[in-house]
Design a protein around this ligand. Structure first.
Ligand code: THU
Length: 142
């Protein structure tokens, strides 16, 4: 495993720099760390039709699954904030839809990843199962 908690948070912070968020001006980055050392990042992508917005975590999940990645998801880092002040406020926790999206990747690799919700001066450490108890996932369809 070549990433660490701090490098994954750094990757999320860098990813936030790619956010397309002209409507909220709130930039979010997410980094997904896998057991083989890979890191896949995403940033939020907004739309003039506001409700079509894609969160950073969802963009990262889309990258993972569309590239046929099926590794074991061990950790997720998320950081966000107003443009130019990413990390300045409270740690960002994944929204409900993103929890469900992350659960799909976690379920494929059979893990309950740690989720680091970061700001500049604090990190809230949770597990996906804390954020999304009793999840509906691929096995629910068996
Ligand atoms: N956002 C994320 O990217 N991830 C989350 O988990 C929470 C919210 C984005 C969506 C929108 O572009 C902006 O933050 C403000 O809600």
């Amino acid at each position: 495993m070549s990433w660490t908690r701090d490098s994954l948070i750094d990757a999320a912070r860098k990813a936030a720099g790619g956010a397309y968020a002209p409507y909220s001006n709130f930039h979010v980055g997410a980094a997904l760390g896998f057991a083989d050392g890979s890191v896949v990042t995403g940033a939020n992508v907004e739309n003039a039709s506001y409700g079509l917005t894609l969160c950073a975590e969802t963009v990262a999940v889309g990258k993972v699954l569309s590239e046929n990645w099926r590794g074991k998801l061990e950790a997720v880092a998320v950081i966000g904030g107003k443009a130019g002040a990413v990390g300045a406020g409270d740690p960002v926790t994944p929204c409900g839809r993103c929890r469900q999206m992350l659960n799909e990747v976690a379920a494929l690799g059979g893990s309950d990843p740690v989720v680091w919700c970061a700001s500049e001066d604090s990190v809230t450490e949770l597990h996906l199962s804390d954020l999304l108890p009793h999840a509906f996932g691929p096995a629910s369809l068996d």
